[in-house]
Design a protein around this ligand. Structure first.
Ligand code: NAD
Length: 291
């Protein structure tokens, strides 16, 4: 039987619709809408699309968004001072710097320059530390998107073997931290380029999350029959189309549920950026954190 396709677009639409209520109460207390500022340096077309998608998601939850575009010639010092200005602007709740940055700008320095209170991507070391400690303020967007898709699709995670392929600071590593939290309770294996036998590891997964950025890396033969597959990868196929890391056409016959690319994790990641903006604004307004 073909796998259930986990429609990230529909899940994100429901999520954003529900978020409107929280956004409205925060707006009432602040006397203005929660406000996200996206900073785009240079003119990378893919980055433009990603930022646009985040702006669209913000609109759906009545969150204001502003795009600050800077030329690719912007120096690291200039960018840091722009961020410092946003950090102290009382009308800005969330700040994100779209990656990748032009060559010559040291990414970690920029990610540390965003105030932890407005760090809607959850890349600042303080927020990463809070997550590792088990008391996160904002959640890392793509990992939280994966978790939200699994939860809303009623995939049991407590005690489940979850195999994460990829160990980046943006996806694999923070996802592993989220999954091992007591409230989630998964048993996690993190695979990477030095993993000896990827197929053997993946086959143990009740849930497999592919976040390697390699088209076709996860084949149907690697999967345990009935596994739930979440494909985070976004790769350009030979024909220019967006494809994930999983061989979707074949995997759909082995998995019990699978998220597509596009239309899976991507829309939900944008929704999580918006939720973090609302939560950052909520904290500013003196609200308790949402559960
Ligand atoms: P990255 O390049 O920083 O990390 C990739 C990881 O995969 C590395 O840890 C590496 O060890 C591992 N890996 C690579 N090849 C492998 C192989 N052959 N076997 C085992 N492990 C391997 O990438 P990233 O930033 O984590 O992103 C991963 C993918 O997810 C990319 O395609 C990216 O575009 C996509 N992504 C999508 C979203 C979204 O919202 N949909 C968000 C972030 C990233």
């Amino acid at each position: 039987m073909a796998a259930r396709v986990l429609d990230g677009k529909a899940i994100a639409a429901d999520f954003l619709m529900a978020l409107k209520e929280r956004s409205a109460s925060v707006a009432e207390r602040l006397g203005r809408q929660p406000h996200l500022v996206a900073v785009l340096v240079g003119d990378d077309p893919a980055s433009r699309v990603y930022v646009r998608n985040k702006e669209r998601a913000a609109e759906k939850a009545d969150v204001r968004s502003t795009l600050l575009t800077l030329p690719s010639s912007t120096s690291e010092t200039d960018l840091v001072s722009r961020l410092q200005a946003l950090n102290v602007d009382p009308k800005v709740d969330g700040v994100l710097v779209q990656l990748p940055l032009p060559k010559g700008i040291h990414e970690p320095a920029i990610l540390r320059a965003v105030s932890p209170d407005k760090d809607v991507d959850c890349f600042h070391p303080l927020n990463v530390g809070l997550l590792a400690e088990g008391s996160p303020f904002l959640l890392p967007c793509t990992p939280a998107a994966v978790l939200e898709i699994l939860r809303r699709s009623n995939v049991p995670l407590e005690g489940a073997n979850v195999v994460v392929v990829g160990r980046s600071n943006i996806v694999g590593k923070p996802l592993a931290l989220l999954l091992i939290q007591k409230e989630v309770g998964a048993t996690v294996t993190v695979c990477h380029t030095q993993t000896r036998n990827l197929a053997e590891e993946v086959r143990r997964g009740d849930v497999v999350v592919a976040a390697a950025g390699r088209a076709g890396l996860i084949t149907a033969e690697m999967l345990k029959p009935g596994a739930v597959v979440i494909d985070v990868g976004t790769n350009r196929g030979a024909d220019g189309r967006l494809v994930g890391d999983v061989d979707f056409q074949a995997a759909v016959d082995v998995a019990s549920a699978i998220s597509p690319v596009p239309g899976g994790v991507g829309p939900m990641t944008c929704a999580l950026v918006v939720r973090n903006t609302v939560e950052a604004a909520a904290r500013r307004a003196g609200f308790k954190a949402a559960s």
